[in-house]
Design a protein around this ligand. Sequence first.
Ligand SMILES: [Zn+2]
Length: 158
Amino acid sequence: MREGIENGERLHRRGRVEMKSNKQRRTEIMARRHARAAAKQAATARRSSARQLSEMTFVEPWMVALNNSFAVPRRQYSDYAFTCRDCAKPQVWTAARQHWWYEVAGGHVWSRAVRCAPCREAERLRVKVARQIAEAGLARKRERLAVVVASEERANEA
Ligand SMILES: [Zn+2]
């Protein structure tokens, strides 16, 4: 008797579930889908904002090239205004570029931007050319020295 009632209730319940109209079911499915999409979007936004914060704002001391320096000079990056050393134009060294310089490129912990991008490029070229000239001069000097040494050795043998 009891079992019969329970079965009846279960049947009744199942009956109610099956009574849902297609439209109702579709609405529920769409609502669930929307909720899932919204949750996913929120999670993505949270993750990307957390990443942005860690990448743009905070120093990760273990990533900074400390070069025997025990002090970490800044806890946070912020845009840094300066004047180009060569062309004297006002510049801004952005927080993002600072993060890249200290923690990706391995820039010295106490170094700071002093030149604008074109002047930096020109300076790099100037240093490169100067080094090539110096190395060529050194090579000629070594060559001359080798000639002198060889002639002295011949003189000693004679
Ligand atoms: Zn400049």
